[in-house]
Design a protein. Structure first.
Length: 590
């Protein structure tokens, strides 16, 4: 027995020694990797030009998890933070922008214009390169105008001319198939309901769209003229000549050089000096850390439609918009963060759920009650519910081209029972309770239900108006006049007291620093909510079997098929009886 115990002891000692040696080897390997990393730095050359492709759609920010099979797409906020870091990096000589895809909105262009001006102020250069400007919208061109030089391919289209928008109306189709839309809107400018209720554009909707287009045109014209050192009249005359060739645009002063993408890049590298190499913007951004030690300004990113609940368990979706539980918790975390003096709430949202919006607004007010100053930075869109969650902010900052306001409510449904009957589809329903199936898409509202729905809309609308009046410190009568569901640009919203200052993220950060008593040269950011990594998300699924994981992946693949996604998107936009603070179908401002 003693011999057995000795043998067992020797085995245990050997195992423990093996574990200790393995752990020591890992420590040594880790130390070696740190030394190599310090020696190599981030792997970028000592002289570089960053290349940024802006030809694809770009979200303002994202709260979704990082998936291993997805390439993280740059967001506007990524670009802003990266350009700020690059401006301080002596190795970065300049940047080359690829444009012409028509995907940059005017508000994004205004944001990028400011960021590029800050970058150039640090002694860097910017070259904008486009194979063509084929879209009539001005977002791409306004971004390009912030560069030192604009290159365009010879004999290519230059179609930049102005701002325009169109709408689709389904009422005629519904009449043909005997579908019955019943949508209550507050008030006449809440045009998201018109798609279902009208056959053509209403007078109020045409009025607000004309105002938006004119405001966009004026803002873009002024900014482009300033950047290009031209008079607004000269830029207007040049735009009026579109569509035209790139040679014509160059003759009018809108373009600097005619050449191809490789020639523009070669010219930029040559300008950078001997040994300069091109580095993809995304690769440079990967090595940066935007989470500053000793942060004094919290940045909370809120992008997408506003939904109730949490998206923390929705790991395979990639992005679920704004989940009220998650964003509220991010606001609470920022309020608890030691050293944080103010919060910048970055909003890019058309709105959504009333209850979710109210939950988020409550979190904002709670943070303010704890002594944190809150400044809202509006991106391209902060309308309806997106404006609702902004109402109590100490200051609201928006770009001139931001779409905001839409202070209104809509609710209702489209009943398709008669449509199904037309094609021989039978249906029946059973319910216990008078209004249990009030929101059923098979039958229209009864007169009593329609009256109840309108009463609900009136109550929610009145509450919305009161929250705006209290938050903005405006007379209720004034709010009632500028509300009515009307969409305003940031420039027009400022004249009506809905916005305090015009500008982008950096303006909002400076305002927040001033309110929080933070010196402008000591601003340090921490971003909330932090994006969940793949392994963290995978950990949330602990307890699930490999079979269930495979099933989830397969389901996600099916849901991502273009046809399925299109159908699901159309169904999700249909009114379903809920009270909504949503501004749908707005012009994109590109």
């Amino acid at each position: 027995m003693i011999a057995f115990l000795r043998w067992l002891r020797s085995i245990l000692v050997a195992v423990l020694n093996g574990i200790a040696k393995f752990a020591m080897a890992l420590v040594l390997l880790f130390a070696i990797l740190i030394v190599i990393g310090l020696w190599r730095g981030d792997g970028h050359p000592n002289s570089m030009v960053l290349t940024l492709d802006l030809r694809g759609a770009m979200a303002d920010s994202t709260n979704g998890p990082e998936l291993p099979w997805d390439v993280h797409k740059l967001t506007v906020m990524d670009v802003l933070f990266t350009l700020d870091s690059a401006g301080k990096d002596k190795r970065v000589k300049g940047a080359v922008l690829r444009l012409g895809g028509g995907e940059v909105s005017l508000a994004q262009a205004e944001e990028l214009d400011t960021a590029l001006a800050r970058f150039r102020a640090k002694g860097k250069f910017v070259v904008a390169d486009a194979s063509s400007f084929f879209g009539a919208g001005m977002g791409d061109y306004l971004t390009a105008s912030a560069a030192d030089q604009i290159w365009v391919q010879p004999k290519s289209d230059f179609a930049v001319s102005g701002a325009g928008a169109g709408e689709v109306f389904l009422r005629g189709l519904f009449d043909k198939i005997h579908a019955e839309p019943q949508i209550a809107k507050r008030a006449e400018y809440k045009s998201a309901a018109d798609m279902y209720m009208e056959k053509t554009m209403t007078g109020p909707d045409r009025e607000q769209l004309n105002a938006v287009m004119q405001s966009w045109y004026n803002a873009a014209l002024t900014a482009a003229a300033t950047d290009r050192h031209m008079t607004p009249d000269a830029v207007r005359a040049a735009f009026e000549a579109s569509p035209q060739f790139s040679e014509d645009a160059r003759a009018k002063g809108l373009v600097d050089r005619l050449g191809y993408d490789d020639e523009a890049l070669a010219a930029a590298i040559a300008k950078g000096g001997a040994g300069t190499k091109a580095v993809k913007f995304e690769d440079y951004a990967k090595g940066l850390n935007t989470q500053s030690a000793g942060a004094n300004i919290a940045v909370i990113e809120a992008s997408g439609e506003i939904n109730d609940g949490t998206a923390k368990d929705d790991f395979f979706s990639g992005s679920a918009g704004i989940a009220s539980d998650d964003l509220s918790e991010a606001i609470r975390q920022a309020a608890r963060e030691p050293g944080v003096k103010a919060i910048v709430l970055r909003v890019d949202s058309p709105g959504g759920s009333v209850t979710a919006s109210d939950q988020i607004l409550h979190a904002v007010k709670t943070a303010q009650g704890q002594g944190k100053k809150v400044v809202v930075s509006m991106a391209s869109l902060a309308a309806s519910g997106g404006y609702y969650i902004s109402t109590s902010a100490d200051k609201i900052v928006a770009q001139p081209a931001t779409l905001t306001g839409s202070i209104g409510v809509l609710t209702g449904k489209v009943s398709v029972g008669k449509s199904l009957d037309m094609i021989g589809v039978g249906f029946d329903e059973v319910a216990i309770g008078k209004n249990t199936l009030m929101d059923s898409a098979l039958s229209p509202y009864t007169p009593e239900q329609w009256a109840l729905l309108n009463h609900t809309a009136d109550v929610i609308y009145a509450d919305f108006l009161n929250k705006v009046a209290q938050g903005r410190k405006l007379p209720l009568a004034q709010v009632s006049e500028i509300a009515k569901g009307r969409v305003w640009t940031g420039a027009d919203a400022k004249t009506h007291g809905l916005v305090d200052e015009l500008g982008g993220f950096w303006t909002a950060a400076q305002v927040a620093a001033g309110l929080g008593g933070v010196p402008q040269d000591q601003i340090a950011f921490k971003v909330f909510p932090r994006r969940k990594t793949f392994w963290e998300g995978l950990g949330a699924l602990a307890g699930g079997t490999s079979a269930s994981m495979a099933a989830l992946q397969g389901l996600q693949t099916v849901l991502n098929l273009p046809g399925i996604r299109g159908v699901l998107a159309a169904l999700s936009d249909m009114p379903q009886g809920r009270i909504e603070l949503r501004a749908a179908g707005l012009p994109q401002g590109k």
